[in-house]
Design a protein around this ligand. Structure first.
Ligand code: ATP
Length: 522
């Protein structure tokens, strides 16, 4: 039995990220869209394993948000919406990114991302100082005290804060000349060529347009929705009335959204077609602060229940609030390229419902029977990108380990509740009736779980394949099975092996993968 191993850190962040992308392809998780035509930039397809992982993440979210809350219901609104929706929501006028071109390289960047990346570099310096000090002081090291008192670290942090604050203010005031001035003052160069020869900063609308109608003259201009939220707002009263919902209540939805992203380099982190999981929670005006805190806490607990490492999450409060928000924070995750937004939590006030009232001329108010008054509810939103969550889970899970016998293994330590296959059944050899018994086990277990069957190659190689595929359990049928009705079960993460009865398999697997067990960690 192979046991005891130590972690091999992958060489650097770039390397790790490249491995994530190639592993996703090699093991049937994510492919470039239309690859045979050289692909379409920032558009991806989920393959046989990817589609299962994605579905399991979506289900995990849906169970936590809809099934576990008796005041949250689901919705599946269309991607196409009446074009006035996007006038009312502010997307036609204000869904812009500030872009800047480099005159020498002709490459286009998001001005805010260039500045944020500059700050991330300063943050790396802070991390290095902290690591050095932690080594120097050993057990006595108090990180919080160090970062608040060490003059060098304090200086770095002040610099980051002042840059981000200035950028936030300038963007809010639409002072794009100052955003450019900031880029020049910081001497930010084109990351690809080092050139500092920049154009002015301009706004660029991210919505994709399309047309509805049979003839060109009568066609109606439509947009592909850039977020799922508006489908919820325009249905607010339909759901409230038909479901006899009482405030506070929520409407949850998962579905595709489309954005013509300027910078689309980071694999499925930033796509032009992606999926969101959003929940709009309708509340009484004045209670938004309490609900903001409630949902911050609830969403962070959901993330942490998956066990990807507490240190990999942090909140980032927005410097620049969107036109509709009175408070906003991001849950950031440590992706292979650093901490980045994974989920947004926004206190959206009554902005959206009021706008839709104004543009549609229809009342979107709630009648409060207890207080005998009508009002426009306030909204608390939680919005997470399913693809970003997929990348968080997948990149965190991919590890290379050195084993005791000087070999290495690639293992995808996906949370068992999310893994595409819960177990693989492997006959030790392809003869003596073992495949038939293995197949019977598969036939029985597949009523409850997604089960793989694999009989090709030596069993050690099959274990490796399942490790790399993320399958949490392997069940091996050998010659003894024919006499004692027992099999060997092998755990992916510890490589521990145990002999168990076939009749106990269902319960053993359930214990590992049951949604209830995982969600109860919240
Ligand atoms: P960013 O600042 O990274 O562009 P955002 O603040 O515009 O994101 P939101 O409008 O708040 O994002 O959307 C909510 C969530 O949808 C984000 O937290 C993210 O997980 C996801 N998301 C947004 N844009 C994309 C995209 N282009 N590709 C994949 N996921 C996305």
């Amino acid at each position: 039995m192979e046991r005891f191993y130590i972690f091999v850190l992958m060489a650097n962040q770039d390397d790790k990220f490249k491995k994530v992308i190639s592993h996703a392809k090699e093991y049937g998780y994510v492919f470039q869209s239309s690859e045979i035509y050289d692909g379409l930039s920032a558009v991806y397809d989920y393959a046989q394993n990817g589609v299962e992982l994605k579905k399991n993440i979506r289900d995990y979210w849906w169970r936590a948000m809809v099934q576990m809350h008796d005041n949250i219901v689901g919705l599946d609104a269309s991607i196409f919406m009446h074009p006035t929706t996007w006038k009312a929501s502010g997307h036609v006028d204000a869904f812009n990114d500030p872009l800047i071109d480099n005159k020498d390289s002709k490459k286009r960047y998001r001005a805010d991302v260039l500045i944020e990346d500059y700050c991330a570099k300063i943050e790396n310096k802070i991390d290095k100082e902290v690591a050095k000090a932690a080594k120097r002081f050993g057990e006595a090291f108090d990180k919080a005290e160090f970062v608040s008192t060490n003059p060098r670290v304090v200086g770095y942090q002040e610099k980051i804060d002042s840059i981000l604050q200035r950028m936030g203010k300038s963007l809010e005031k639409e002072d794009l000349a100052d955003v450019k001035a900031l880029i020049e003052e910081l001497e930010i160069a084109d990351p690809l060529t080092g050139s500092k020869n920049w154009t002015e900063v301009k706004q660029f609308n991210l919505m994709f347009g399309t047309k509805l109608g049979a003839s060109a003259e009568h066609a109606m201009d439509l947009y592909l929705r850039p977020e799922t939220a508006q489908g919820i707002f325009v249905n607010f009263l339909n759901v409230q009335k038909s479901g006899r919902m009482k405030i506070p209540f929520g409407i949850a939805q998962t579905g595709k959204a489309f954005r013509n992203e300027i910078v689309a380099r980071q694999f499925i982190f930033r796509m032009r077609e992606f999926e969101q999981m959003e929940m709009q929670f309708f509340i009484k005006p004045g209670t938004q602060k309490t609900w903001f805190e409630y949902w911050k806490d609830a969403r962070m607990k959901w993330h942490k229940s998956l066990g990807l490492g507490e240190e990999n999450y942090r909140f980032h409060d927005h410097e620049k609030l969107a036109h509709y928000a009175d408070a906003a924070t991001d849950i950031e995750f440590k992706f292979p390229f650093g901490f980045k937004e994974l989920e947004g939590i926004h206190s959206r006030t009554d902005f959206d419902l009021k706008q839709h009232e104004e543009f549609s001329g229809k009342k979107l108010q709630y009648f409060d029977h207890e207080e005998n008054t009508s009002y426009t509810p306030y909204v608390l939103e939680t919005s997470i990108g399913l693809d970003r969550m997929f990348l968080a889970v997948f990149s965190n899970a991919l590890q290379e380990e050195e084993l005791e016998n000087n070999t290495t293994r690639t293992v995808l330590k996906l949370p068992a509740v999310l893994a595409p296959f819960k177990a693989a059944v492997l006959p030790l050899v392809k003869k003596d009736g073992l495949p038939e018994v293995a197949q019977q086990i598969v036939d029985e277990l597949k009523w409850d779980f997604n089960i793989a069957y694999d009989e090709k190659d030596a069993v050690g190689r099959r274990y490796r394949r399942q490790d790399a595929n993320g399958t949490p359990l392997c069940i091996t049928v050998d010659h003894d099975t024919l006499n004692d009705n027992s099999v060997t079960i092998r755990y992916r993460d510890t490589m521990e092996q145990k002999r168990v009865k076939i009749e106990d398999l269902r319960d053993i697997i359930k214990q590992e993968v049951d949604v209830k067990t995982w969600l109860k960690k919240m």
